[in-house]
Design a protein around this ligand. Structure first.
Ligand SMILES: Nc1ncnc2c1ncn2[C@@H]1O[C@H](COP(=O)(O)OP(=O)(O)OP(=O)(O)O)[C@@H](O)[C@H]1O
Ligand SMILES: [Mg+2]
Length: 245
């Protein structure tokens, strides 16, 4: 395909193929907890001694740095043979915000595409076991490009709530991903209690588990110690174990 002639995408493929497990976190609806779940999975995995990474590619509403309690100016990364991500213990972290700090407005079209290509190719993820990539809600052309270009090195991790509307829209996303050649799809039910398992498995998608709704999350945003003590820790630890298989 045309876009594969972009050397940045080829470099991105090479960089990501060195990481054992790369999950592209997707949802067709907004606000279902992509950023929260992606951040908690990567952070909990790192706190269990697994070298993990979190890359925020949400060019619409980047928010993982807020969950981790980082101010943009605190996000340190070293430019040396590419960019070395910010480190929090064993968590390697990079966000589109660090890259676009001068551009407070949401990126769109060609700018978003360039930023995504650039970030995927320049960040130097050293020896990670697990990388979670957070994305904006829905499927934009920019995301579609990644879905097609990075097939083979990324696994889609869908997040949805049990609401019927969310499920309706995630079903279409499943179809789209299948059409793009993805056979292995993973799904986490957020703010639910397992009611989606049957429907998800019927679609041939791997149901990894659920995370119940808890008010405590809101008070823990930005505080790493509180995040480590969430009531849903056991649920998310189970997701981590399944993602590491
Ligand atoms: N299990 C949960 N229990 C309670 N609140 C939650 C849970 N998961 C996420 N939230 C809250 O729901 C809101 C949306 O979460 P989040 O920003 O992670 O969703 P998102 O899918 O990344 O949104 P966007 O589509 O805008 O990127 C946040 O306020 C978050 O704190
Ligand atoms: Mg988000």
């Amino acid at each position: 395909m045309m876009f594969m002639s972009d050397p940045r995408l080829l470099r991105a493929l090479k960089t990501l193929s060195k990481i054992k497990r790369v999950y592209l976190v997707l949802s067709s609806k907004g606000g279902v907890g992509k950023s929260t779940i992606a951040t908690l999975i990567a952070f909990y995995a790192s706190s269990r001694g697994v070298p993990s990474g979190l890359l925020d590619l949400d060019f619409v509403n980047p928010s993982t740095h807020v969950i981790l309690g980082l101010r943009v100016e605190d996000i340190k990364y070293i430019e040396e043979k590419g960019v070395i991500p910010h480190r929090i213990g064993l968590l390697s972290y990079f966000t589109i915000v660090a890259y676009t700090r001068d551009l407070p407005l949401a990126l769109s079209g060609e700018n978003a595409r360039n930023a995504l290509r650039e970030l995927l190719s320049i960040v130097n993820w050293d020896n990670l076991e697990l990388l979670l990539i957070d994305t904006p809600p829905g499927i934009s052309d920019e995301q579609l490009e990644l879905i097609y270009a990075l097939r083979g090195v990324i696994k889609p991790l869908l997040i949805t709530t049990p609401s019927r509307l969310a499920w309706h829209s995630v079903s279409k996303l499943i179809e789209l991903l299948r059409g793009a050649g993805y056979e292995e799809l993973y799904l986490v039910e957020n703010m639910g209690n397992g009611e989606l398992r049957y429907l998800v498995e019927k679609q041939g998608v791997k149901y990894l588990g659920y995370v119940p709704y808890i008010k405590q999350i809101e008070d823990s945003i930005g505080d790493l110690n509180k995040l480590l003590q969430l009531n849903v820790r056991a649920n998310i630890d189970e997701l981590v174990s399944k993602l590491l298989v």
